[in-house]
Ligand binder design. Structure first.
Ligand code: AVI
Length: 325
């Protein structure tokens, strides 16, 4: 018997020249920055999956707990015979867990990390022959336009957009608003019953937040430092991982956990005939992870064009799952 294979579209053509220009620009800013999208090479994706298993990193575990403990109420908002579009599907583990309660007729997994996604989709398809599994390699942070054939398909069923794992937190509030507007438009393309399920990490005490981003085993530190190796391979730079240390701080005013890489000594980094000097303790800002209140996030959903919202939280109100349509 021949096994059903997932259909795969790859629209993410790494635009190397633009990447290199953006990297150089970020490295030369007075406060050097690197986009968190560079975390997710093969090693970075595996390290991120390890982070989700850490006792300190509560978001993944808490999201699953909410889904499990309030399954009936939450799944009542999942349209029947629907197409699910999961943005940032990664290893597709979250979808596989949801499949134990409800199954879509078609599951469209979207991720920037193309090879990682396609490996895991094959496994998901093999275990779920009753679902049409489709993979899309795409950077959806700036646009949500699907290949024509797929775009048409998305209008035929109710559409459930899923954005789990509190990934929206990696956008600043303006980027988050624009992104949610695009998702609201995507939901409007689907048949009645379409909507969004999104996981959001909530504001809480600084120490819980900082421990989640600076774990005792140093997995998050490795995840952060790995970006320097990625930059070396993209840019031909000579970052030495041993000269840098991981730092994570909750910026209360901005309501975000900031991750930085801090120089352990005065040093310089060279690439393609250019260089940047870093003084001891100077940092490269590598990630923001914004934390929302239920009230502010509900307002954001309404501003983005959704009209109805619901949410569920865990007992400690550390995390919330929102539904909106
Ligand atoms: C992917 N994203 C939601 C994670 C977060 O919590 O911001 C990335 C991460 N960075 C450090 N730990 C996890």
């Amino acid at each position: 018997m021949q096994l059903k294979q997932p259909l795969f579209f790859d629209t993410y053509k790494e635009n190397k020249d633009a990447d290199i220009q953006a990297l150089i620009q970020g490295l030369l800013c007075p406060q050097a920055t690197l986009s968190p999208k560079y975390f997710y090479d093969e090693m970075g994706s595996v390290l991120f999956d390890a982070i989700t298993l850490l006792p300190e990193y509560y978001p993944t575990r808490t999201e699953l707990e909410i889904f499990t403990q309030q399954a009936n109420e939450i799944h009542a908002h999942f349209p029947k015979s629907a197409t699910w579009v999961e943005l940032g599907a990664g290893s597709c583990q979250k979808a596989a867990q949801l499949f134990t309660h409800s199954k879509p007729s078609t599951y469209v997994a979207v991720d920037i990390s193309v090879d990682y996604l396609s490996q895991h989709l094959k496994d998901l398809q093999a275990k779920n022959s009753d679902v049409n599994v489709v993979g899309v390699g795409m950077d959806f942070s700036h646009s949500l336009t699907f290949p024509d054939k797929l775009q048409q398909q998305l209008t035929l069923d109710p559409l459930l957009a899923l954005y789990l794992g509190s990934s929206l937190g990696n956008f600043n509030p303006i980027e988050a608003l624009y992104f949610l507007q695009r998702v609201a438009n995507l939901c409007k393309m689907g048949q009645p019953g379409s909507g969004l399920i999104i996981g959001i990490d909530l504001v809480k005490d600084s120490s819980t937040l900082e421990r989640a981003y600076a774990d005792d085993l140093g997995v998050t530190a490795a995840f952060n430092l790995n970006v320097l190796r990625r930059v070396n391979s993209l840019l031909g730079s000579d970052f030495d991982v041993r000269d840098w240390q991981h730092s994570a701080r909750f910026n209360v005013q901005e309501s975000r956990v900031e991750m930085h890489l801090q120089a352990k000594k005065n040093l310089s980094v060279q690439w393609q005939g250019q260089q940047r000097h870093f003084k001891q303790d100077e940092t490269i800002h590598t990630e923001n992870s914004y934390k929302w209140s239920v009230k502010k996030f509900t307002t954001l959903l309404l501003q983005a064009g959704f009209t109805n919202t619901r949410h569920w939280t865990d007992q400690k109100s550390h995390y919330a799952l929102f539904w909106a349509n």
